[in-house]
Design a protein around this ligand. Structure first.
Ligand code: CAO
Length: 256
């Protein structure tokens, strides 16, 4: 426990020369109160409860998985432009459109053989939660945005329930919405892979004509269960996802 204490007011020591020292502060200006923490020397133990307890259990199980890490950068310049064009349209329908619906939808293009519930790590009022968007294969980018908006509202008010929090098959963690470039994400068992997204940064890059151009770059850090997924498979998966994101117009080809 910490206690606030007030520092003593400075006292002027009597001058020996008889010359009055200049006052440091005019008497009418009150000194600011400074609070200093005082450590009482006793520790307290807090019991683990609720979601925190569940996090300890899941993350302890997760670290039994041999994690393989793989990072790359994705040039999102075209996607940034595309979102700019669609954002107003989406907002006119009352839905906030971030980059996540694109990231999620394009993951599905790679995992399309089976039905997928894509989880996303969410920083909520109750701590870290991982709700998932169900059956991404049946949803448009806009419909994924609607789901995200709904889950963010529930997350902010601590109302995400079991239905939203169970059944995930693959997770994305957009830590870049807070900051940072790379991460070392931890797989959420029984899933076998997770991707962490860094902050989209404006950086110089070379174009195909060797000219330096302004580019919107995002780093992705994948973790995969190396008992099931080898490095080459993870790298090919990441390359495909990156290529889709770098050429978002390709999405139109597969519209159903
Ligand atoms: N780089 C740059 N800008 C980003 C960004 C990124 N990686 N991610 C989001 N943004 C932007 C969005 O585009 C949006 O911009 P506009 O205001 O122009 O629309 C703004 O930041 C706010 O986005 P958001 O955070 O509300 O929405 P989102 O869909 O991008 O992310 C969510 C939603 C839930 C993933 C995010 O809010 C969150 O909780 N992130 C933290 C995840 C986390 O804690 N991971 C760690 C897990 S392990 O402990």
């Amino acid at each position: 426990p910490f206690h606030e204490i007030q520092p003593p007011l400075p006292t002027a020591s009597a001058p020996s020369s008889g010359v009055k020292p200049k006052a440091k502060f005019p008497p009418s200006v009150p000194l600011p109160a400074i609070s200093r923490p005082v450590f009482s020397g006793t520790d307290s133990t807090e019991p683990l409860k609720g979601f925190h307890k569940a996090m300890v259990k899941t993350m302890t199980a997760a670290l039994k998985i041999p994690h393989f890490g793989y990072c790359d950068e994705v040039n999102l310049t075209r996607l940034v432009q595309l979102r700019k064009e669609l954002k107003g349209l989406s907002e006119a329908r009352g839905v906030k459109l971030s980059y996540m619906p694109f990231f999620i939808k394009l993951l599905f293009r790679l995992l399309h053989q089976v039905s997928h519930n894509i989880g996303l790590a969410m920083d909520t009022s109750r701590g870290l939660l991982v709700p998932n968007v169900k059956n991404v294969q049946m949803l448009s980018v806009f419909e994924i945005a609607v789901e995200l908006n709904r889950m963010q509202t529930l997350g902010a008010t601590g109302q995400l329930g079991t239905a939203d929090l169970t059944g995930g098959t693959f997770t994305l963690s957009n830590i870049g919405s807070i900051g940072g470039t790379y991460a070392k994400p931890v797989i959420l068992p029984p899933e076998v892979a997770i991707g962490a997204l860094g902050k989209i940064q404006v950086l110089p890059r070379f174009n195909s004509r060797d000219e330096v151009v302004k580019a919107h770059i995002m780093n992705v850090s994948w973790s995969a269960d190396h008992r099931i997924i080898d490095g080459a498979t993870m790298a090919r998966f990441s390359n495909l996802w990156r290529d889709y994101l770098e050429n978002p117009a390709s999405m139109v080809l597969d519209l159903k």
